[in-house]
Ligand binder design. Structure first.
Ligand code: ATP
Ligand code: MG
Length: 427
């Protein structure tokens, strides 16, 4: 997303409402942006709700300045000045029948009050007229904002049955705003939490990403546990015995201390005392994370234990970690852990200060050197390069000649003649 300026955004969102009203339509800011403004937060983006139909919206703002983004739902993006970005204008609507537990089968255009009632939570169901500077509240959202409550609009069980993702949204909003979840809404989530798995892995992962990387991530995890949602989407953190409980609590403390973590780092912090890298990989697959994210999370979990004792690691074991792309996250994980880990991280940071030729000296031998030396390509290659590199880093060999002598020793010790250098010349 290009950089947008909150003031320009607000001006343009006001302008969109003015144009619609001048043309004789109703128009309001709607949903999350109204909630954020009333909370004193800067809205990420503005949504406008109107009784104008999509074709009328497009005619009014011009086809070149509009984009039908959710044609089926009647959502039109109106392009603003560069600094303002787009405003999404949606026709008041009612959602009809949710047979898949996630998406409405159809929508019908309707009135402002119906449009408020189809929304998920009372604090998300508010309208605001920026010209009259008036809130329009059909759902008791202002009162719940004051009481700091996440409350489903209408009957909670029915609303979660329609769209199960709302259960995760409730937890995310409660954590992000430090609101409580209203008791009947919370009871419905607890009872229906196991049904969250009908929601696509990608949408679940997206909610988890926002929760675990946000500032209120510990509260989010505690709410996931209390609401039974964790049992359905992340059973790895649902633990019973006191020792595991203690490790979970330590993990949560670590998670809370991370500074603006990436998703893989936050996930590693949450999991590293409870499961191994293999189990973390299974979480990555379950949520269809990219291989890069899953691998990073697993790498962090794998190396956390060793690097806690960085001072007693041979340089040949520590050095590859220090030059790995994930090192900043690994140090971040250490620094968010206990005192021993913080000291280990400090030690690593000192080593990282070394000049490049000390930190990561050019290898004495390359794969090409091995080929030129007559070694057959194969699994032994990697092993040889690894051995040579380790001995180089640990200062036991210093020249290419010494490296080749080591290659000879390793090959001679290797029982399998197929791996030996001399086998190349045999028929
Ligand atoms: P944020 O953008 O910070 O996640 P938001 O409330 O703006 O919060 P959006 O997903 O941008 O959330 O949705 C905008 C509005 O659309 C919401 O405020 C709510 O009124 C409505 N809405 C979004 N998702 C749902 C849903 N699953 N069920 C019912 N209403 C929803
Ligand atoms: Mg939004």
């Amino acid at each position: 997303m290009p950089q947008t300026d909150p003031e320009a955004q607000r001006r343009f969102a006001t302008e969109v409402v003015r144009r619609l009203k001048q043309a004789g339509y109703q128009a309001y800011w709607a949903g999350g942006c109204v909630r954020d403004l009333l909370l004193g937060r800067t809205p990420q983006d503005y949504d406008v709700a109107t009784d104008a139909k999509p074709s009328e919206i497009r005619k009014l703002f011009g086809y070149r300045r509009t984009l039908a983004i959710g044609a089926a739902f009647g959502v039109i993006a109106v392009r603003g000045p560069k600094a303002a970005g787009n405003v999404e204008v949606a026709t008041f609507r009612q959602d009809i029948a949710y047979s898949d537990g996630r998406h409405p089968d159809a929508v019908v255009f309707s009135s402002a009050v119906e449009d408020a009632r189809r929304r998920d939570f009372t604090i998300n169901g508010l309208f605001y007229d920026p010209l009259a500077q008036q809130v329009l509240d059909f759902v008791g959202g202002q009162e719940d904002l004051r009481a700091r409550l996440i409350r489903a609009i209408g009957e909670p069980q029915q609303r979660f049955a329609e769209d199960k993702l709302r259960m995760l949204r409730a937890v995310r909003f409660a954590a992000a705003f430090q609101f409580a979840i209203e008791p009947a809404t919370f009871a419905a989530i607890r009872q229906m939490a196991h049904q969250i798995t009908v929601v696509s892995a990608e949408r679940i992962a997206e909610e988890m990403r926002r929760m675990l990387t946000g500032p209120d991530r510990v509260r989010a995890v505690n709410l996931l546990l209390e609401s039974n949602l964790a049992a359905a989407i992340l059973p790895e953190i649902v633990v019973a015995e006191p020792s595991a409980q203690q490790r979970l609590e330590q993990s949560l403390e670590t998670l809370g201390r991370l500074q603006q973590p990436s998703f893989p780092l936050a996930l590693a912090a949450l999991l590293h005392k409870l499961v191994d890298a293999q189990a973390a990989a299974a979480v990555g697959r379950r949520w269809r994370l990219s291989n890069a994210e899953t691998d990073r999370c697993c790498w962090l979990i794998t190396h956390f234990q060793a690097v806690r004792n960085a001072r007693s690691m041979p340089w040949s074991a520590l050095q590859p970690l220090l030059i790995a792309p994930g090192i900043e996250e690994l140090l971040g994980l250490l620094e968010a852990s206990g005192e021993q880990e913080r000291q280990a991280s400090q030690y690593c940071r000192q080593l990282l200060q070394q000049p490049a030729e000390r930190l990561d000296p050019p290898p004495l031998l390359s794969g090409q050197d091995l080929l030129d030396y007559g070694v057959k390509p194969g699994p032994i290659f990697k092993e040889l390069l690894h051995r040579v590199r380790a001995e180089q880093l640990d200062g036991r060999i210093r020249t290419k000649a010494e490296a080749l002598a080591l290659v000879d020793r390793v090959l001679a010790a290797s029982a399998n003649p197929n791996k030996s250098r001399t086998s190349r010349s045999q028929p």
